[in-house]
Design a protein around this ligand. Structure first.
Ligand code: BMP
Length: 221
C-alpha cells in the first residue's frame, strides 16, 4: 500500500477518518493543527483505533537538539516516526535528535524539499545539502514533493535505500502516482480525501489511480 493520510483537522474529524480509512491506508500523518487542538496524547488514542499502520507525527521540528528532544518526548510510545526539517544541521540539533529517537525506537524523517511554489526561493535550492544530511544521519525516511517529480527522482538517485514520502497530491496539484512513478514509496494525501463527502471512496479512487499510473510507468521503463 502506498497511501498515507494527512490528518490536519480537529480530533473528532480525525478519529472518524481513521475509523473509515484504517483498512485502506498505509499510515496516518498527524499534523500540528490536530496536535495543538487535542494535545500529544491524541496520537496514542488514534493509534489504538488502527494499531498496525504507520503513525507519523508531523512536528516539522527545526530547533536546537535539546528543545526538539523535549518536544518528541511527549510522543514516544504513540508514534512510529517524527518529521523534522533538514536545514537546521547535525551538530547540536539533528544529531542529538537522531540519537534520542534511536534510543526510543522512533524513526526520524527529514524534509529535504517542500511542495509549495515558495519552496523554490530557498528551501529546495538546498536539496543536495539536505539529502547529504539525511544520508549522513542514515534516517529512515525523507519528505520530498509530489508536485515536483524531478526532485523526487533526484532524491531517489541520491538516497536509493531511504523511504520517500511525497505530499502535494490532490489540492496542491500533483496527480496520484506522479511521485510513485518518480521513485517515492508513499504519497501523503490530505484534503482531497479528508474533506471529501465520501473519504473512503476518495481514498479508494486515489489507490486505484496510483495502481493504474504505476502499471503504466513501469511498463514504459
Ligand atoms: P493536502 O493533501 O491537504 O495538501 O495535505 C498535504 C499534507 O502534507 C499537509 O499535512 C502538509 O502540512 C504536508 N506537507 C506538504 O503539503 N508539503 C510539504 O512539503 C511537506 C509537508 O509535510
Amino acid at each position: 500500500m502506498t497511501l498515507i493520510i494527512a490528518l490536519d483537522q480537529d480530533s473528532s474529524k480525525a478519529s472518524s477518518i481513521v475509523g473509515m480509512l484504517c483498512s485502506v491506508a498505509s499510515g496516518f500523518k498527524l499534523g500540528l493543527p490536530l496536535l495543538l487542538e487535542a494535545g500529544a496524547k491524541i496520537a496514542c488514542r488514534l493509534r489504538m483505533m488502527c494499531p498496525e499502520k504507520l503513525w507519523i507525527a508531523d512536528l516539522k521540528l527545526a530547533d536546537i537538539g535539546s528543545t526538539m528532544k523535549l518536544a518528541v518526548s511527549q510522543l514516544v510510545g504513540c508514534v512510529d516516526g517524527v518529521i523534522a526539517h533538514s536545514v537546521v544541521g547535525v551538530e547540536g540539533a539533528l544529531g542529538e535528535l537522531k540519537e534520542y529517537l534511536e534510543q526510543h525506537g522512533v524513526k526520524l524523517i527529514l524534509v529535504v524539499a517542500m511542495s509549495h511554489p515558495g519552496a523554490a526561493e530557498a528551501y529546495n535550492r538546498l536539496l543536495e545539502h539536505n539529502v547529504e544530511v539525511a544520508g549522513r544521519l542514515r534516517v529512515w525516511g525523507v519528505v520530498a514533493p509530489a508536485t515536483m517529480p524531478d526532485i523526487v527522482r533526484r532524491v531517489k538517485s541520491f538516497l536509493p535505500e531511504t523511504v520517500i514520502l511525497s505530499p502535494g497530491v490532490g489540492v496542491q496539484g500533483a496527480k496520484p502516482g506522479d511521485a510513485l512513478c518518480a521513485g517515492a514509496d508513499y504519497e501523503i494525501v490530505g484534503r482531497s480525501i479528508t474533506a471529501s463527502s465520501d473519504p473512503l471512496k476518495a481514498a479508494r479512487d486515489v489507490l486505484a489511480e496510483q495502481r493504474r499510473r504505476l502499471g503504466e510507468c513501469r511498463a514504459s521503463r
